[in-house]
Design a protein around this ligand. Structure first.
Ligand SMILES: Nc1ncnc2c1ncn2[C@@H]1O[C@H](COP(=O)(O)OP(=O)(O)O)[C@@H](O)[C@H]1O
Ligand SMILES: [Mg+2]
Length: 271
């Protein structure tokens, strides 16, 4: 169950399910205790956001998530004066709200944001743990519970859009990959309610596809698409139909590649 606070922040009441592949829970806890900013690095749909949601509840700290995109500027993060009933009033941005409340601020896909956002992020990410509100002539000191978490997918970004070295230098990291097969089976069962026999069967497919020539595909099947496939299966679709709809069609548009993928599906999954 989630209780909404506003469009970009929420507090989870029940602990979201997260199955670790390694020591990421302990590393996250240690980094939070040491008040270090964290960088989560890994392909899309492999559990980065779920880990943050899980840890926020586990640590009892509110979570404010900012889905970054190319139009996000420093003012979007920090806040701005807005016209309200003929008056200009200052409205805190989500980063400022996170600092004031002592929340985990999760900047999802941070490399998508404009370069000027680093001006706000840097002093929060180093020993100062400060947010400079220039327009208010005020500097906020982050409380102990405040934590900055950034995520990005190193495979997607061009070198130019990569995180600046000066930003990276301030962070500690957790590297992600898709969970090993035996974990992905458990995740599928938990997330979709699918039985073990079907989960084992489904998990063979992304592993076969992830082993294919990477240049053929713009992306590989993620744990997220696997969960969607399992959910369709629970709705009564056949394994092949579910895999085509949830895993393969969204993956690519090239007819030749799709023919190859269809063959893989027919080899690994029953009709
Ligand atoms: N380790 C995991 N434990 C539990 N669920 C997971 C895990 N990894 C992936 N998932 C499932 O995959 C989905 C996508 O994961 P998410 O964290 O949103 O990926 P991303 O890495 O893109 O942030 C989740 O909603 C969840 O169903
Ligand atoms: Mg995510």
């Amino acid at each position: 169950m989630q209780v909404a606070f506003s469009a970009d922040e929420w507090r989870t009441v029940e602990q979201p399910y997260y199955l670790p592949s390694g020591n990421e829970i302990e590393v996250f806890q240690a980094e939070h205790r040491q008040r270090l900013p964290l960088m989560l690095k890994g392909p899309t749909g492999c559990g980065k956001t779920r880990l943050v949601e899980h840890m926020a509840t586990r640590l009892g700290v509110p979570l404010i998530t900012i889905a970054c995109h190319e139009d996000i500027t420093a003012a979007d993060l920090v806040g701005r004066y807005l016209l309200h009933g003929g008056e200009t009033v200052w409205v805190d941005g989500p980063l400022t709200r996170a600092v004031r409340r002592g929340a985990i601020c999760y900047l999802d896909e941070v490399v998508e944001a404009r370069a000027d956002t680093t001006v706000a992020i840097h002093p929060l990410a180093d020993h100062r743990r400060e947010l400079n509100l220039e327009r208010l002539d005020e500097t906020l000191h982050a409380p102990d519970n405040f934590m900055l978490v950034l995520s990005y997918n190193p495979g997607y970004q061009s070198v130019l859009k990569d995180l600046k070295q000066s930003t990276r230098e301030r962070m500690v990291g957790i590297e992600f990959d898709y969970p090993p097969a035996e974990r992905e089976i458990r995740i599928l069962m938990q997330e979709s309610g699918i039985d073990q026999v079907h989960a084992v069967e489904l998990v063979t497919l992304p592993h076969a596809i992830r082993g294919l020539d990477a240049s053929m595909l713009p992306d590989v099947c993620s744990t997220r698409t696997l969960v969607s496939t399992a959910r369709l299966l629970c709705e009564g679709l056949s394994s092949r139909a579910a895999a085509m709809a949830a895993m393969l069609l969204p993956l690519c548009d090239d007819a030749e590649v799709m023919r190859g993928l269809r063959e893989v599906v027919n080899t690994y999954l029953p009709d």
